[in-house]
Write a protein that binds this ligand. Structure first.
Ligand code: CLF
Ligand code: SF4
Length: 506
């Protein structure tokens, strides 16, 4: 049975199909049955799940008890969101009604998170009232929270009471000297504490909170913001320490710092990391620690699949006009979940079937359903994919996001994503096309190949001139199959020999 296609509107690159990510199988393979069951429908905790399941956030938490140099409260919490004002702050009753409306409309919505725009645990009444009502009214929705950790230890028991099984702590450092360059102050025991002392308290609370979550059996994910020159060399140590204390997943995200956001870092000209720097750091942290590579730095009021935002469909006035039959929706939701679980189990079983015949560089027998290619010499290659629903399905000029895969002799694995602007708007915006195309090419500068369903003559030439090979030969193929096929084509053409750097500029 084919997996259901998740409707996304507006069209976005919505991820890839089951088993299409090389890292997916390995991430899920190493898990106990218990953990697998707990993450299999959480789009952030499982890369596999993010192809099928959606999340939503409700913005019920306006205040914060610390100040991060990358945050301006006018914007969403940078811990868990991309900059952009929250459209509507909600009271708990409104948040519950919105959640029920989304769950009835998008049956794939499996997780409700509270992630801002301030800190959920600095707004405990609003946060826990929302969780309390949802635990009663929508027991099939997983509840999730993201916090800076300052007051986490005092709320671990309450989180457990509402069966909140997934908690994210943003931990940017374990050294107060580093922390003093990230956090100017915290609000602690009715007074403002500054500098190194503030960072030391925050770090202690975060570490204690993590240990308590682990002891309580709650799955903890750690988010870290990569700030070049501040904590870049420090994050591998952070990763080791949080793993030792029981963190299940580490998500290193790039700093977003723009002067127009009015943040300290933005105004002071602190630069954001380049994609290659982010990948190098994620690779450095990856050992036996699970690294999250599919985070989209969501808004604090995001709705839908990761990478898409359907929030505009669920404004308070629109929800008021909706007729919500949640009991009926729960039946549909349960059926869909069972279908997805069965199909994923079948695909995993196929992936573990006996290996396909050996593939040699001389004779390529492409195996459409092989999880991994046979070992062969050849260096890894980064490829950007304009994708939708797991397929190479988007016209280059319409892509708003590219998934980035690393192809090698060991297979294809998702290593990140790049935002883009659709340069081919088909209207008066075409006057900006050259600028938008240049920005897209810059975003993909470390990739050697771009796979898309179609591409025009002009962008083809511009990409080639920039050392990026466009490829429209694999339209509508599953992503990983296409990526592996292109890698083999490059191997056969002698473009992957040791010392070759392909057509890339330095
Ligand atoms: Fe939201 Fe965070 Fe829960 Fe996910 S987001 S509270 S764990 S349901 Fe996910 Fe968004 Fe990345 Fe956060 S993609 S920013 S990691
Ligand atoms: Fe902003 Fe979140 Fe930091 Fe608070 S914890 S200052 S809301 S980024």
């Amino acid at each position: 049975m084919d997996l259901p296609v998740i409707e996304s509107s507006p069209p976005v690159a919505a991820g890839c199909s089951a088993g299409s990510c090389g890292s997916t199988a390995s991430q899920m393979d190493g898990l106990s049955d218990d953990i697998r069951a707990r993450v299999q429908d959480h789009p952030c905790y499982s890369e596999e799940a993010h192809h099928y399941f959606a999340r939503m956030h409700v913005a019920v938490a306006p205040a914060c008890n610390i100040q991060c140099h990358y945050c301006n409260r006018k914007y969403d919490c940078a811990n868990e969101s991309r900059p952009g004002v929250v459209s509507e702050l909600l009271m708990p009753d409104q948040a519950v009604r919105k959640t029920l409306a989304v769950a009835a409309t998008i049956p794939q919505m499996s997780v409700l998170g509270i992630a801002g725009p301030g800190d959920p645990l600095a707004n405990p009444q609003r946060t826990f009232e929302t969780f309390r009502q949802l635990a009663l009214q929508a027991p099939d929705i997983k509840l999730c929270v993201s916090t800076n950790g300052l007051v986490l230890p005092e709320y671990v028991e309450e989180l457990a009471r509402y069966d909140i099984d997934h908690v994210t702590i943003t931990i940017n450092c374990v050294d107060p000297e580093v922390g003093a360059r990230i956090y100017p102050w915290i609000f602690w025991k009715n007074r403002r504490v500054f500098g190194r002392e503030a960072a030391a308290i925050l770090i202690k609370q975060q570490q204690q909170g993590l240990e308590m979550l682990t002891a309580r059996g709650i799955l903890a994910k750690v988010n870290s913001v990569l700030i070049p020159g501040v904590n870049d060399h420090h994050l591998p140590e952070v990763s080791k320490i949080v793993k030792a204390k029981g963190a299940f997943l580490h998500n290193v995200m790039p700093l977003i710092a723009e002067a127009e956001h009015g943040t300290f870092y933005g105004v002071m000209g602190q630069r954001s990391p380049k994609p290659a720097e982010l990948k190098a750091l994620q690779d450095a942290c990856e050992g036996d620690m699970n690294m999250m590579r599919h985070c989209r730095q969501c808004r604090a009021d995001a709705v839908g699949l990761l990478g898409e935002d359907r929030g505009a469909e669920f404004t308070l006035d629109k929800i008021e006009a909706m007729d919500i039959d949640y009991e009926a929706a729960m039946v549909v939701r349960a059926e869909l979940r069972a279908q997805i679980a069965a199909d994923l189990a079948e695909k995993r079983a196929q992936a573990h079937a006996p290996a396909a015949p050996q593939v040699t560089p001389q004779v390529i027998h492409f195996q459409p359903h092989a999880a991994k290619p046979a070992p062969a010499a050849g260096r890894p290659v980064l490829m950007a994919v304009a994708a939708k629903n797991g397929l190479v399905a988007v016209h280059f000029g319409h892509a708003k996001e590219f998934l980035v895969y690393e192809a090698s002799a060991s297979g294809a694995r998702l290593v990140g994503h790049r935002k883009a602007e659709s340069y081919c708007a088909g209207d008066e915006n075409c006057g900006d096309a050259d600028l938008v195309l240049a920005r897209t090419i810059q975003a993909l500068e470390d990739c050697e190949v771009v796979l898309c369903s179609r591409i025009g003559y002009e962008p083809w030439g511009e990409l080639e001139a920039a050392g990026i090979q466009p490829n429209g030969e694999h339209a509508m193929q599953p992503i990983e199959e296409a990526v592996i096929a292109v890698w083999h084509e490059m191997l056969v053409a002698g473009r992957l020999t040791a010392g070759s750097t392909a057509a890339k500029r330095a």
